[in-house]
Design a protein around this ligand. Structure first.
Ligand code: UDP
Length: 376
């Protein structure tokens, strides 16, 4: 084997997965990140009150992929955590989200004795739409206009600055629909886990390898990759190519922290706002496992979505409109990237995909395996 000098840009899950696997295969890996910490957007820390918080919003690991779980298990202990969310309604009541039997009872003020009754109610209120063209069609066909307008319309406008008619249906399909009393946010995932000692500790262990050198606080500029045999770049692909086919937009999030008294018996961690205020949701950190400070009050964090240009170019969510116009632009960049096989774009910003953590890790495990089979 020829030991290659490899550059990885970005110390989040994509970069970490590539770096570790390339290092274990015997290559010499340099990791750059413009931030002063590892972990990308999954970075967490213990604040002054003694509570663990995630600087870039709550990261809740869930998957059905055993290989990803096994790989993550190498870097620390993970504990079971079933995530629950409630939506705050205009009446001041809260209701489980994703929508389930109980949600329907609360919203419509009726008694639904079982899942069949819930399903029958939804069949009555929903529209028949054979080929949903966008998120609004999809939701109307599943839950009808009233529930769509209550749970999804204002939230989506705040989150994406788009109407549901402009948003790709795939974005709202992330939320399942239940007719029974299942109230977990990820009911279909076998593994729902949180790192016992936080995400940052997991990343520190991943990068702890003699073949890996991590340079934090070092922004990447185009050209640096020429000093290496190969480069894996978790950087915005449009920026790398000087936006020659046009910019790829992102939504970003601004956070506001407030200290609140802990509400005894609260059974959900995140509250979603159905109103048209600036906020989409609020996280009560102490309700995540091993996050609590043990005191009677603790920090809550509210999220205010915005354009990435209004938040220091912090890119969080690639935008998927129903006409797929940004994905078409991305395809042009991806085609251009094929001309330089020594460079691989990785992660959310490199691939311009709205990916969960388990998807990023899975893609990266497969990607690094393919690369090693070919070159390494
Ligand atoms: N969504 C909504 N209301 C909610 C929750 C979600 O309208 O209370 C829509 C919104 O468009 C959001 C999408 O569903 O962007 C996906 O939600 P999810 O909770 O999966 O978003 P994430 O956790 O990735 O921010």
């Amino acid at each position: 084997m020829i030991r290659q000098r490899i550059l990885v840009v970005g110390a989040g899950f994509a970069g970490a997965t590539y770096a570790r696997n390339l290092a274990e295969a015997g290559h010499s890996v340099t990791v750059l990140d413009k931030r002063e910490h590892v972990g990308g957007n999954a970075y967490d820390f213990v604040d002054r009150s003694g509570t663990r918080i995630h600087r870039y919003g709550p990261h809740l690991f869930h998957t059905n992929n055993e290989e990803v779980v096994r790989w993550l298990g190498r870097w620390g202990d993970w504990v079971r955590y079933d995530h629950r969310v409630q939506a705050l309604l205009p009446s001041g009541l809260t209701a489980p989200l994703p929508i389930n039997r109980r949600t329907l009872e609360i919203v419509f003020g009726v008694e639904l004795p079982d899942a069949e009754a819930a399903q029958a109610l939804l069949a009555r209120v929903s529209d028949r739409i054979e080929h949903p063209a966008h998120a609004a069609d999809y939701l109307n066909s599943q839950i009808g206009k009233e529930l769509t307008n209550l749970f999804f319309r204002p939230y989506t406008k705040k989150m994406w600055a788009l109407d549901l008619e402009e948003l790709d249906a795939g974005v709202v399909k992330r939320l399942p629909l239940r007719f029974d009393d299942e109230d977990r946010y990820f009911p279909d995932d076998r593994f729902q886990l949180m790192p016992r000692h936080g995400y940052t500790a997991i990343f520190e262990r991943i990068f702890d390898h003699p073949n890996i050198e991590v340079e934090l606080g070092r922004a990447f500029s185009r050209g640096v990759e020429r000093d290496y045999d190969a480069a894996f770049l978790s950087v915005p692909i449009d920026e790398y190519y000087s936006e020659c086919f046009g910019p790829l937009p992102y939504r970003s999030i601004r956070f506001e922290h407030v200290t609140k008294a802990k509400q005894p018996g609260m059974s959900w961690t995140v509250t979603n706002y159905t109103d048209s205020s600036r906020w989409t949701r609020e996280t009560a950190w102490h309700l995540l496992p091993h996050h609590d400070n043990g005191l009677t009050s603790g920090p809550h964090t509210r999220e205010e979505p915005c354009d990435y240009k209004d938040n220091d170019f912090e890119r969080y969510y690639p935008v998927r409109t129903s006409d797929g116009r940004f994905q078409k632009i991305y395809e042009q960049y991806a085609k251009l990237a094929e001309e330089t096989p020594q460079i691989t774009f990785i992660g959310r910003c490199g691939l311009y995909q709205y990916l969960d953590m388990h998807q990023v890790i899975n893609q990266s495990l497969l990607g690094v395996r393919r690369w090693l089979a070919k070159y390494g």
